[in-house]
Each structure stands twice: as structure tokens, then as C-alpha cells.
Design a protein around this ligand. Structure first.
Ligand code: NDP
Length: 496
């Protein structure tokens, strides 16, 4: 039996959690409504999922608030909370094969990446925040002998987290791990395309000892469940990852209701600047290809604008095309597959429309551009490379969220910087050069939350991640994210 057949056999024995997880139990939506959850691998229905709405949000918020005020989790001794969170991480690790398979079936990414990239990232994230819990100290202000100024961190209360479908469980973990670690009650709203892993993990949270009401999951649509969370008067914070357009809605929801905290991780159009003196053009080309074709380009930080110094443009483009050749879409359940499916038919059509726009705008289609494997019933697009792109074209300005690379050229660092920074986004940027002075100077001038030097995919749970400009507000990962889910209290004691 091939490895892919083996995964198919395992998939046929899986049980899909399909109800909402409220107050420690799986339950139908109050309305009884469901929606079909499709696999983009073959377009087949996996299961019918509870379609939560306002009433379900009310139930979950009530449970979250009750347990928060009771203090069972929010006031638990840090060392005990750490122990529970470490058990939660261990349970996720024990079930990582099943979770990776669910992720691949649900949103079509290659099983190797689900298992290694996503699930290992989830476990590391939960472990890291668990370990941090009893190592974060509060502060005493410098008051002299007449007073004590205590600065203590307190959890915010009820946190709603609305997440997308491109890294369903990993994006969820970047929210729930620090929010839980800080003592909050968390309500997750996974994307309609990919709720399966979050629902399964809710069960594991319960098994680990996270009290009922502290970790809840409400599957459903953005305009119903997502909006109801965003507008709820008793939700203290919304942590969001997704499009810039929807991110702005959450600011509006907050402004029109209770001024809840809002953190936003939104879109990007990351520039990847390759100077002629890059340390290794082959390695740079390999990275440039992976940075836009990985996860079928459905990545907020995808380095979709390739800026190449004129003198090496022809040579470099040939090398990137060769990377495209090695990333042909294949069966996501085959461990050798490097590129899987698009998340659904809507996203496939959206990306195809951008490929048409690029050609109409006058860019040269240098590689790919077609939908393939249609006989499977799934949604597969070739790696696609445009050359001769100008920065005012839509394919250089708008987030396509597919495997489409726009290649531009520049003459000197000043021109590279002016193109790179001419964007409404500022999530991530990369620069390739062996000149340490040039690397530092360019990195400092790039308007992006993360700048990678001689790589395109830097980062670790220890460093903050988030955007400048319309790429977002606030940071995920690192202790800065822990702070985001806390508020500071000053207690001023006069000594008589
Ligand atoms: P969205 O921003 O539309 O969705 C992200 C989350 O927000 C989902 O859970 C979604 O629910 C929810 N949502 C949608 N509309 C509302 C609303 N009116 N009120 C409250 N919540 C809402 O991203 P999509 O998944 O639709 O993808 C569209 C585009 O967004 C992509 O093409 C890409 O450009 C960008 N994107 C960016 C990501 C990033 O990491 N920066 C990640 C994913 C997408 P529902 O499940 O119903 O859609």
C-alpha cells in the first residue's frame, strides 16, 4: 500500500467533531442549523458542521464569564496553570498524526507540511507559553520609602479569537496559547472552511484539565458568529487573523459596542529584495520560490513581490522557474507532495481572476498559470510567475493569496526601497546581500514588522510577529503577545 493509500485508509476511520464546543460539551447550534464542510482534495463533503450564531455566542460568553469570575483558571496558581497547559501540549503532540490528517483533509495542504510545519508549531507554541507562565514577574515602581507602587498583570477576561483557514490550528494556537496562559477564557471562531482541528483540540483541552467554559469553539460564518463575537458587550478582546477588510470590521464592531481591545494580523504583499551580491543565488532562488508557492501561496507573509537587481534578473528568474517545476501540485495525502490544493473553489476562481488581470495589465506570464488535476474534483493551481511587473499593477498591489509571483527589477538600494515600501501593507520583507552594511541599512528602512536577511521565512515563537500599516495592529508570538492578553493594574499604597 502506498503512503497516500495508507493515509486514505486512516482518513476513512476518522471521526469528525462537528458540533460547537460550549461549556465543556459538544452541542448543536441553538438554531439546529448546519453547513457542509468540504475537502478541497476532491470536493467531497466531509461532514455537516454546527452553524453557530448570536444565541450560541451568548451561551459561550456567559460560560466564559462565569468561570472567569469564579477564578478557577484565571486565579489558578501559575505553577498549576503551567502544569495543565503542558499536559495540553503533550496531548496535542500525542494526537498530532490525527490532527495533521484532519488539517490536510479540511484545507488541502500537503500532509508532510501539516505534520511537520503546522502541528510541530502548535505543540511548540502551547509548550512555550506554558513554560512562560511561572517565569513572568510583576513590577514595583521606584517610589522611595513613602509608598509602594505595584504594577501587576491581570488577565483581560473573555477573549474571542477569529481565525482563518490557511494555517487553521497554528493561527488558532498563536491566539489561544498566550491568552490561556495569561488566565483568560477563550472563545475560538475557526474559519468556515477549516473547523475540524480546532474542534478536536477543544476536547484535548478539556482532557488536559482546562476547566469547562475556559476554552470553547464556535464554528460558523463570519457575518453571523464572527460578528456576534465582535459586537458582544461582554467580550473584552478580539484577536483576529485574516483579511485587512474584515480586520477593519472588528475595529468598527468594537467602536460601536464596548470598546473591546482588538488585535489584528491582516494581509501582506511582502517584498523580497535580491541584490546581485546575494551570498548564494541558488539558495536565494530556492527560497524565493518556496516563499510564494508554499501552502499554495495562501500565506499572509508570502514574498509575492520579487525585486531583483537588474544585472542578475535573467539568471535569477530562470532559477526561480526551476523551483516552480519542482513544486507541481499533487495529492496532498502523498508525503512527497510539495504543493497541495487551494482552500476552495471560490479562492481558486479569485486567484485565476488575478492571473487574467496580470496578463491584461501587460505583465509577462513567465511560468504556469493554469488550473490542473480537475479530474480529482479538487482545486489545484500551478505555480505561476509573472515577469515585467510594475509596482502600480494590481498584481503588485493586492493580496492575491495564491501561488502567484510578481517579478520586478531595480537598479540600486534606493530604488529597491522605494518600490518595497510603496504598499499599503507592511507585514514582512526580505533582503539578500553579503554586504553587512547594505543589509543593515536596507533592513532599517524597510517598513515591515519582520525583516529577514538572507532568508524569507525567519522567525520563531520567541520573537514577535505582526504588521506595520494596514497589515495589522499588535503582535502575535513572544512575551509581547502574552502582554497583549493582559492588562496592567497599578496599586499605590501609601506607607504611614
Ligand atoms: P476573511 O478575513 O474573510 O476571514 C477570516 C475570519 O474572519 C474567518 O473566520 C471569517 O469567517 C471571519 N469573518 C469574515 N467576515 C466576517 C465579518 N463580517 N465579521 C466577523 N468575522 C468575519 O478571510 P477569508 O478566509 O475569506 O479569505 C479572504 C482573503 O483574506 C484571502 O484571499 C486573503 O487575502 C486574506 N486572508 C489573509 C490571511 C492572513 O493570514 N493575513 C488569512 C486568510 C485570509 P468565515 O469563515 O465565514 O469566512
Amino acid at each position: 500500500m502506498s503512503a497516500a493509500e495508507d493515509y486514505r485508509k486512516k482518513a476513512s476511520t476518522l471521526t469528525y467533531r462537528h458540533q460547537a464546543f460550549i461549556n465543556g460539551r459538544f452541542t448543536n447550534a441553538a438554531s439546529g442549523e448546519t453547513f457542509d464542510n468540504y475537502s478541497p482534495i476532491d470536493g467531497q463533503v466531509l461532514t455537516a458542521i454546527a452553524a453557530c450564531d448570536k444565541e450560541d455566542v451568548d451561551r459561550a460568553v456567559k460560560a466564559a464569564r462565569t468561570i472567569f469570575e469564579k477564578g478557577t483558571w484565571s486565579e489558578m496558581a501559575p505553577r498549576e496553570r503551567k502544569t495543565v497547559m503542558l499536559k495540553f501540549a503533550a496531548l496535542i503532540a500525542d494526537n498530532a498524526d490525527e490532527l495533521a490528517l484532519l488539517e490536510t483533509l479540511d484545507m488541502g495542504k500537503p500532509i508532510t507540511f501539516s505534520r511537520q510545519g503546522d502541528m510541530e508549531g502548535v505543540v511548540r507554541t502551547v509548550q512555550w507559553y506554558a513554560e512562560a507562565i511561572d517565569k513572568i514577574y510583576d513590577e514595583l515602581a521606584p517610589m522611595g520609602t513613602g509608598a509602594v507602587g505595584m504594577i501587576t498583570r491581570e488577565p483581560l477576561g473573555v477573549v474571542g479569537a477569529v481565525v482563518p483557514w490557511n494555517f487553521p490550528l497554528l493561527m488558532a494556537a498563536w491566539k489561544f496559547a498566550p491568552a490561556l496562559a495569561a488566565g483568560n477564557s477563550v472563545i475560538m471562531k475557526p474559519a468556515e472552511q477549516s473547523p475540524l482541528t480546532c474542534l478536536r483540540v477543544a476536547e484535548l483541552a478539556s482532557e488536559a484539565g482546562i476547566p469547562d467554559g475556559v476554552f470553547q469553539v464556535l464554528p460558523g460564518f463570519g457575518e453571523t458568529a464572527g460578528q456576534a463575537l465582535g459586537r458582544h458587550m461582554d467580550v473584552d478582546m478580539i484577536a483576529f487573523t485574516g483579511s485587512t477588510e474584515v480586520g477593519k470590521y472588528f475595529l468598527k464592531y468594537s467602536a460601536e459596542t464596548n470598546m473591546k481591545h482588538v488585535s489584528l494580523e491582516c494581509g501582506g504583499k511582502s517584498p523580497n529584495i535580491v541584490f546581485a551580491d546575494a551570498p548564494d543565488l541558488d539558495a536565494a532562488a530556492q527560497d524565493a520560490g518556496m516563499a510564494v508557492f508554499y501552502n499554495s501561496g495562501q500565506v499572509c507573509v508570502a514574498a509575492t513581490r520579487l525585486l531583483v537587481e537588474e544585472s542578475v534578473h535573467d539568471e535569477f528568474l530562470e532559477k526561480v522557474k526551476k523551483v516552480g517545476e519542482t513544486m507541481q501540485p499533487g495529492d496532498p495525502l502523498d508525503p512527497a507532495t510539495m504543493m497541495g490544493t487551494m482552500v476552495d473553489s471560490e479562492q481558486t476562481e479569485r486567484v485565476k481572476s488575478y492571473i487574467e488581470i496580470g496578463a491584461k495589465e501587460g505583465a509577462t506570464l513567465a511560468y504556469g498559470g493554469k488550473q490542473v488535476r480537475q479530474n480529482t474534483g479538487g482545486y489545484y493551481l500551478e505555480p505561476t510567475i509573472f515577469d515585467g511587473v510594475k509596482n502600480d499593477m494590481r498584481i503588485a498591489r493586492e493580496e492575491i493569496f495564491g501561488p502567484v509571483l510578481s517579478t520586478l527589477t531595480f537598479k540600486d538600494p534606493e530604488e529597491a526601497l522605494s518600490i518595497a515600501n510603496d504598499s499599503i501593507y507592511g507585514l514582512q520583507a526580505s533582503v539578500w546581500t553579503r554586504d553587512i552594511n547594505k543589509a543593515h541599512k536596507v533592513a532599517r528602512k524597510l517598513k515591515a514588522g519582520t525583516v529577514n536577511v538572507n532568508n524569507t521565512d525567519g522567525g520563531d515563537i520567541t520573537v514577535p510577529f505582526g504588521g506595520y500599516k494596514q497589515s495589522g495592529i499588535g503582535r502575535d508570538k513572544s512575551l509581547h503577545a502574552y502582554d497583549k492578553y493582559s492588562q496592567l493594574k497599578t496599586t499605590y499604597i501609601e506607607l504611614k
